[in-house]
Design a protein around this ligand. Sequence first.
Ligand SMILES: [Zn+2]
Ligand SMILES: [Zn+2]
Length: 446
Amino acid sequence: MHQEAAAEFKFNTPVFYLQKRQIKGAESNVSRLARLCWKYNIPPSLLFNEFLKDGTNVNRSFFNFEVASHLNSYTDKTVILDDKLNRLLGVKQNAHHSYRYLNGILDQRAHGFLSENKKWCATCYRERQQDTRDSFENGVFDDLYWSVDAIRICMLHGTALRNKCANCFSKQPYLSTTVEPGYCHTCHSFLGDGEAASVDEEELSRQQTLFYLFYICTYDEFRPEMARLIHNLQALREAYPSATSRYLGELIGVSEDVVRKWIGGSRKPRLDSLFRLQVALGLSGIHQLFLPDTEFIARIMMSKNLALNFNARSRFKDIKKEQEIKEFMLAMIEGEEETMSRENLAKKFGVSVGYLKSRYMRECEHLSRVHKHRMILEKEQRDADFAVQLDRALSMVASRKKKWTIENTLAEMPAGAANGIDFQELFIAFGKAKERLLERRRKKKS
Ligand SMILES: [Zn+2]
Ligand SMILES: [Zn+2]
């Protein structure tokens, strides 16, 4: 790879090299550029104009914000710059340090997507500085997601991201053209200093919905794909025939035509449309729009947000049944429904016991315990009731001066009172009833 890059940029040795980071998640392109300039002691504008620019030269002010909107975003320009920077550093072309994975998903108007000032986590800075204190590389680097405007917290530490130096309170350019990465552009003090502000619960949970798309999805294995979303919207229509383009459009405030174009692939949704769609479908995060179709439909069913009729003949009918079984099992476990044996449950839903065991292992175990417990309680109650009846019947036998036998006693009981009790149990119960009667008589005498 180095050789190819060297040829492209007309060098006869490999170009630049940055030590690979061990921490997962994506470092931003701006951060890579900053470290590269610092390591090789090249003024950022010189490096950018020489190797990366597409058009006119840039000057220093470019590095306040524009550098991020060019290098960290998801526009066509970002894709080109991402590739160029990868070539320059001799790294694989699919190593992304921008939101280019959203290039295939979102509308190009990325205005307002990135925050105008650099944000960073002071705790992350401190940890990164310690990790690499002994190495020759400069240690501090910026995570890609910190540059997203909507993101206000560090996803690792749950603390507020900072946008001002703790020492001089000045805001920072995305890339300082004069100071080492991690240090204040104005007063040169370390940007990892100072206490991090904590974040309240409400804000934390709000940030959770941003977590997946802008943080987890920066990991290679979680990239969302537009084809998935299109497929899922088609699946939605299959499961709920009234979920037409028109219906969805009304739900999220865009025209029917726009939704049709998304599905047809000729137009990409805007980010806020995706957020509205997620809320309308009752999903817990925007990432769920990109799940495999059966999981996608299952989540929507579970949320019960769509007041539409389900197509019971669609290929998702099994999901519906699965969900009904699960809900019924939970109701039994919670005591809202009377428990039943696994065999009866299987019969009720027309599935096999093996299916229940494999599909709902945890619930089955839990339900067995609950059901067994109920059976024991019921038996105890039945035994107690039966003992009372036996006592009464045996007293009758005695008062009629009849022989104290099981047969005579049963004759004094209501028909069927001993049903379901085997002879041995009956024998023991009768013996105990006799003892109790003798005991009562002894007590009377004394
Ligand atoms: Zn952090
Ligand atoms: Zn400062």
